[in-house]
Ligand binder design. Sequence first.
Ligand code: BG6
Ligand code: MG
Length: 222
Amino acid sequence: MTKKGFIFDLDGVIVDTAKYHFLAWKKLAHSIGVDFTEEQNEQLKGVSRVRSLEKILEWGNKTLSEDEFMKLMGLKNDDYLSFINNMGTSEILPDVTKTLDYLVEKKQAIALGSASKNATPILRKVELLDRFAAIVDGNDVSKAKPDPEVFLIGAKLLNINPEDCIVFEDSVAGVQAANAAHMIAIGIGEAHVLHEADYVFKDFTEMSQAFLEDLISGKINK
Ligand code: BG6
Ligand code: MG
């Protein structure tokens, strides 16, 4: 059987943590007198913590000293972690575990490719850490999505050629990163938002086993 590399983004693909990022950023933005909407939160999906705060400051026309900037980043993460600490397996998105287990059963290579620096504790919380042969997260990359670095490192760790990798992503930047890495980009979310993806599904419940089989066999390619 062919072996492919399956690289999963974390936030918005495996777990619905976007709501926690939103709550934490909103609290922080309000604390410095900046308004923050859910539409703006959309634009922070897949974006690193540093870049997210930079964007919020741009939207609010604020400048901060480096010390204040670092302090706010810490406060946001502490707040975010207070939500994460209460997470459990019920917060895994629909049919994610089923998909991972199917790929494990088919002896496929599975990696995580996330911008988050909290990826490992989150996977541990939702008891999925053991499904991944490699974890690449915000601690391992020097260039953020849409740069392909995160996925290329993932492919390397899996020992699979980038052209034989498939990426699951919910963010525009992540889909662009997968395309730049010459991997099959599968969008999880809205087709009109993720129109640069090769295929888009609302969630994993919409993805048939036949589709996964075709990815594994190479019947579906870029
Ligand atoms: C991405 C999220 O996966 O990780 C972003 O979509 C988040 O919203 C980024 O800002 C960084 O995450 P963290 O956990 O390191 O702050
Ligand atoms: Mg995401």
